[in-house]
Write a protein that binds this ligand. Structure first.
Ligand SMILES: NC(=O)c1ccc[n+]([C@@H]2O[C@H](COP(=O)([O-])OP(=O)(O)OC[C@H]3O[C@@H](n4cnc5c(N)ncnc54)[C@H](OP(=O)(O)O)[C@@H]3O)[C@@H](O)[C@H]2O)c1
Length: 254
C-alpha cells in the first residue's frame, strides 16, 4: 500500500527557497600573534573555511585584519597578563560552542648573551613563549575537548638547534617543544597536538634579530610567512584519525 505523504508544515524548509538552507557553523580557530607576521598568514589561510579569532595586543591591527576576512573577529589581550587572558576567554562568545583549532604563534625574541641576560629578560621571554602558551591552553582545554580540537604550537629551528646569541629564545623554544610533546601524550585520543619548526621567516621579528646582530636584511634568504601557514594548514587538514606530531620547514637557500 502506498502511503500518502504528509502535507508540508509551516516550519518545513521550502526547497525552492535558497535562503531557507542554513550553512553549518564554521569551525572556530584562535590564532595568537595573528596581527602580524606568521600568525597573520595563518589567520588568512584558515579564513576561507573557519571563523577566525585574531589574537594580538594591537586592537587596531586585529580589527583591520578581521574586516578583511570573511568571518573573523579580534581577540585582543596581552597574553602575559594572566587575569586579562582568563577574562578574554570567559567573555568571548565565539568560544561558547567550543574551539576547533588553537594556534600559538605569539612569541618574542631577545638577543642578550648569557653574560648579560637578566632575571627579568629570562622571565619576559619564558613568560610569552612558554608560560602564556601553557596557561591559555589550560583555559581553552574544555572548549577544545568539546570539539575534539587541535593545538598547533609554532616552535622554531632554535627549539632543536641553538642559534648564535639566542640562549633566551632557544631555551624557551626547547621548553615549548617539551610542553608540546607532553601535552600530546596527556591529551592523546582527546585533542591533537602539532609542533611546527620553521627556519628563518621574513617578519618583523627576523628584521629585528638581524638588525640587532648588525646584519643586512635579505628577505630572499628567508621563508615567507605563507610557507609556514601552508604547513599549519597541512596539519589542520589531516583527517581526524591522524596527527602530524611535528613538522620542520626551512628556507631552500640554507
Ligand atoms: N620570524 C622567524 O624567523 C621565526 C622563525 C621560527 C619561528 N618563529 C616563531 O613564529 C612565531 C611568530 O613569529 P613572527 O616572526 O610572526 O613574530 P612577529 O612578527 O614579531 O609577531 C609577533 C606576534 O606575537 C604577538 N605577541 C607578542 N607578545 C605578545 C603578548 N604578550 N600578548 C599577545 N600577543 C603577543 C604580537 O602581537 P602585537 O601585534 O600585539 O605585538 C604579534 O602578533 C613566534 O612564536 C616565533 O618565535 C619565527
Amino acid at each position: 500500500m502506498t502511503q500518502t505523504p504528509e502535507p508540508p508544515t509551516a516550519t518545513d524548509p521550502d526547497p525552492a527557497d535558497a535562503s531557507a538552507v542554513i550553512d553549518p557553523p564554521r569551525p572556530v580557530a584562535l590564532v595568537t600573534g595573528g596581527t602580524r607576521g606568521i600568525g597573520a598568514a595563518i589567520a588568512r589561510s584558515l579564513a576561507p573555511d573557519h571563523r577566525v579569532l585574531i589574537g594580538g595586543r594591537d586592537a587596531r591591527a586585529a580589527a583591520a585584519l578581521a574586516t578583511e576576512l570573511p568571518d573573523a573577529e579580534p581577540f585582543v589581550v596581552d597574553l602575559n597578563d594572566a587575569r586579562a587572558t582568563a577574562e578574554a576567554v570567559d567573555t568571548c562568545a565565539a568560544l561558547a560552542d567550543g574551539l576547533d583549532v588553537l594556534v600559538h604563534s605569539a612569541g618574542v625574541y631577545n638577543v642578550q648573551p648569557v653574560t648579560e641576560a637578566t632575571r627579568e629578560d629570562w622571565r619576559q621571554v619564558l613568560e610569552t613563549n612558554l608560560v602564556a602558551v601553557a596557561d591559555l591552553t589550560r583555559l581553552l582545554l574544555p572548549a577544545l575537548r568539546l570539539r575534539k580540537g587541535m593545538v598547533v604550537a609554532i616552535n622554531s629551528g632554535a627549539g632543536m638547534t641553538p642559534g648564535p646569541r639566542g640562549i633566551l629564545y632557544s631555551t624557551s623554544k626547547y621548553a615549548l617543544r617539551g610542553w608540546t610533546e607532553s601535552l600530546r601524550e596527556e591529551c592523546r585520543g582527546d585533542i591533537r597536538v602539532t609542533g611546527i619548526f620553521p627556519g628563518k621567516v621574513d617578519t618583523d621579528m627576523q628584521r629585528e634579530v638581524q638588525a640587532s646582530r648588525g646584519n643586512d636584511y635579505r628577505p630572499e634568504l628567508y621563508l615567507q610567512p605563507e610557507a609556514v601557514a601552508a604547513a599549519v594548514r597541512t596539519a589542520v587538514d589531516t583527517p581526524p584519525n591522524g596527527v602530524i606530531d611535528s613538522l620542520i620547514i626551512r628556507p631552500v637557500s640554507r
